[in-house]
Design a protein around this ligand. Sequence first.
Ligand SMILES: C[S@@+](CC[C@H](N)C(=O)[O-])C[C@H]1O[C@@H](n2cnc3c(N)ncnc32)[C@H](O)[C@@H]1O
Length: 257
Amino acid sequence: MSDFDWGKGSYEPTAADLLPAARELVAAANIQPGEHVVDVGAGTGNVALLAADLGARVTAVEPAARLREVIAETALDRDLTVVDGTAESIPLADASADVILSNFAVIFTPDPAAAFTELARVAKPTARILLTTWQPGVLSQLVGVILAALREITGRNVGPQFTWHDPNALAGLLTPHGFELSGKTLALDVVAPSAEAYWETRIATHPLGIATLPLLEQAGRLEEVRNRVLTTIEEDWTIPTGEVRLKAHYLLATAVR
Ligand SMILES: C[S@@+](CC[C@H](N)C(=O)[O-])C[C@H]1O[C@@H](n2cnc3c(N)ncnc32)[C@H](O)[C@@H]1O
């Protein structure tokens, strides 16, 4: 699921949803002025911009060209360099980062072991690595409706192949590189004016939706899947005003050597 362009469609509404987690991630990193902070899978720059505002020297690593442009346009005179790269291939020298942060981004790597080998290569011996990963809950339930239909249509095991929510699985990626992991679970509310608005802005025009929904449409399954997602949101996640309020949970993991 990582060989598509995150610059297509509109990632921006989701970036706004994830900003509170970016704030938690940056706060937990205890960034000091002048430190070199690397934001891996920077998106529109949620984490990179916050870190730069704390006086860090920031490198934003992002594979999508359009999103790199968004960061560069927003960065203005901040000490922020935007580079093309992925978690598996970061164009930085060995032991050059004081802090490596990734807000719901390393989780899209096609090769978790290679990604963490690369993060460990770029990390100074004293560096800390902090990342966020979703916990099972409403978001995986909604995405699961789409993934289940895609599996039936393609016959392939699409979707995450690694248990990113499991701290022990994460530790298994980091301990070979000398890191010890700690973590805490936090809540994040995703709010939309209605179930239809949620579908439109967080699924249909989201880069993942742009990449996958045409397959559902070609197979004649789009309407059925959309109705199942809307019904789940309307029945379980709509408050009396009609507004949608999804309560998601995520792991904020910290790794130090
Ligand atoms: C859910 S978005 C998170 C973006 C940003 N960190 C934020 O807080 O909004 C996932 C990001 O991961 C990036 N991405 C996809 N595959 C990646 C990979 N293999 N390594 C690093 N980033 C990747 C996407 O381009 C996208 O910007």
